[in-house]
Design a protein around this ligand. Structure first.
Ligand code: SAH
Length: 508
């Protein structure tokens, strides 16, 4: 029976939701409770009652879950960034593994291979057998040793406090009020110096922060990007105007920060939630940074996608490289290639790599990056993967021994998957930031002659609910494919779930 609004109930939290809220039941009725941890006995004030489920506010933890951790960040509860900082890191990883397994079972319709666990806790995994068995192994999530200060990119909104002072920080979860915080524990230590110098400069020169309600004031956002391997930093101020007053004073302050390579501004005078609208103008230095991952050098422009957690990205790309099984003779296609990171990682071990990406600026970077690394066995195409690949296949007989895909959250377009299947690569490496759309796409590939050998989740986004995965698929023999062709008829059904998926990248 549903409780009434404003009633206080005591419930045991048994699970977590997609958004990281604790889930528990009172008399069979499900409640979602922010900040509650699986295992907690929680006193909850019911705030919203729906037909089948409701929401509650955590008032008191009567019995703390063994998985509960003290939040390191003083604003963790109010800020929308970390959804699960209150859960200890080891258990966060278990929950992420469980999410991948659940989606593979529920959306993909797969059976996940039983993992044997020895008495000392060591677990044994085996690869899928060379049969059309659909049971697939999910390996333990690759986590971080020190899951803090991992983000190489930060975007801070700027506003004004009640005393009229400029502040920078984060939006309180689902609102637009700014909680002051210049030192997010997921970001780099330099962020604090940069922000404090900007805020001091604003105070000293009476430069006002943008006010969303009136549309007045100048400084809207501060964006910072850092190359972890090179130490290079660029700063971009998003401004409600054309120019910065006292620009030289700001430049003087910011260039004192070690690693500063460029200071840029970008005009945005519209009343919008979109942070960056216009082009980026350099007021000092350059408008890009360089970084290296495992010896490959990358140039990164402000508009290009670049993985936000470089330490984990290296582990992810190494997994993708291992799964690609390259010997130096293979033709490889890297779809959704961004600035060519995976393409160049693979090109060192392949005959040739073709990259496809929708953002023209990213492809410009990718070409420059190939030259920067002296790699000539790569070429890049701008466009939608689902349009470029079928066209190149039809018109130029594009061939691949290995296809790598790394789509945004909405997953791959059905047309693209169909062309990939027609191209019959020996192996497909599917890199995903959303296990739900990944499971949907894997279902189609598995029904069309590809066996899922293993799934490797990687924690790129510690303390958030997100999880990245890398999957190896291998083509089974033609005879076996034939017997599975009939399954293709049902593919249209799988695409019904596609519409609910979000479109943007996890980190944006
Ligand atoms: N593999 C890269 C980028 C992955 S993020 C890396 O590891 O850095 C996904 C990329 O897909 C983004 O660069 C985005 O711009 C691009 N993208 C989104 N939709 C696309 C489409 N339909 N076709 C090609 N690229 C697309």
């Amino acid at each position: 029976m549903a409780p009434s609004k404003n009633e206080t109930v005591t419930i045991r939290i048994t699970d977590i939701s997609q958004n990281g809220e604790g889930i528990g039941k009172t008399e069979g009725y499900t409640l979602f409770v922010k900040d509650a941890v699986p295992g907690d006995l929680a006193e909850v004030l019911v705030t919203k009652v729906g037909k089948t489920y409701g929401y509650g506010r955590l008032m008191h933890v009567a019995e703390a879950s063994p998985h509960r951790a003290a939040c390191r960040c003083p604003i963790a509860k109010a800020c929308g960034g970390c959804q699960i900082q209150q859960i200890d890191y080891e258990y966060q990883l278990k929950l992420k593994e469980k999410k991948v397994i659940n989606d593979l079972e529920r959306i993909g319709g797969f059976t996940v291979l039983q993992i044997s666990e020895a008495e000392d806790g060591t677990r044994t995994y085996k690869e899928a057998e060379e049969s059309m068995d659909t049971a697939i192994p999910v390996l333990p999530v690759i986590g971080m040793e020190h899951p803090w200060r991992y983000r190489n990119k930060a975007q801070y909104p700027v506003g004004t406090d009640k005393m009229g002072n400029p502040i920078a920080g984060f939006y309180a979860g689902r609102t637009h009020s700014i909680i002051p915080c210049t030192d997010c524990l997921l970001g780099t230590e330099e962020n604090r110096d940069i922000l404090e110098k900007i805020l001091d400069w604003m105070k000293k020169h009476h430069i006002r922060a943008y006010d969303e309600t009136s549309g007045e004031g100048l400084i809207r956002h501060v964006l910072v990007r850092k190359g972890f391997a090179t130490g290079e930093i660029i700063v971009c101020l998003i401004i409600n105007g054309n120019r910065l007053p006292a620009q030289e004073a700001l430049i003087q302050e910011l260039t004192a920060i070690p690693g500063m390579k460029g200071i840029t501004i970008s005009k945005n005078t519209e009343k919008t939630n979109v942070i960056m609208k216009g082009p980026v103008r350099t007021i000092w230095g350059q408008d890009y940074i360089e970084d290296t991952i495992d010896g490959v050098r990358f140039r990164i422009s402000p508009a290009s996608f670049y993985q936000v957690n470089p330490m984990q990205t290296e582990k992810l790309y190494r997994t993708a490289l291992e799964y690609a099984g390259l010997t130096g003779t293979e033709d490889v296609i890297d779809l959704y290639c961004g600035i060519g990171t995976i393409s160049l990682f693979l090109a060192r071990h392949a005959k040739h790599v073709t990259g496809v990406e929708i953002v023209p600026q990213a492809i410009e970077d990718a070409r420059k990056n190939a030259a920067l690394n002296g790699l000539t066995n790569v070429d890049f195409h701008v466009g939608k993967a689902e349009e470029v690949v079928p066209r190149l296949y039809r018109e130029e007989g594009l061939h691949a021994d290995v296809v790598v895909v790394d789509p945004p959250r909405k997953g791959c377009d059905e047309k693209l998957l169909q062309t990939m299947i027609q191209m019959t690569p020996d192996r497909i490496v599917y890199v995903s930031c959303d296990p739900a759309t990944m499971s949907r796409d894997l279902k189609m590939l598995a029904a069309s002659g590809y066996q899922i050998k293993k799934v490797q989740p990687v924690d790129q986004f510690c303390h958030t609910v997100h999880v990245e995965s890398c999957v190896l698929l291998e083509r089974v023999s033609n005879r076996k494919v034939d017997s599975y062709v009939k399954l293709n008829v049902k593919m249209a059904d799988y695409y019904r779930i596609k519409d609910s998926a979000e479109t943007e990248n996890v980190e944006e």
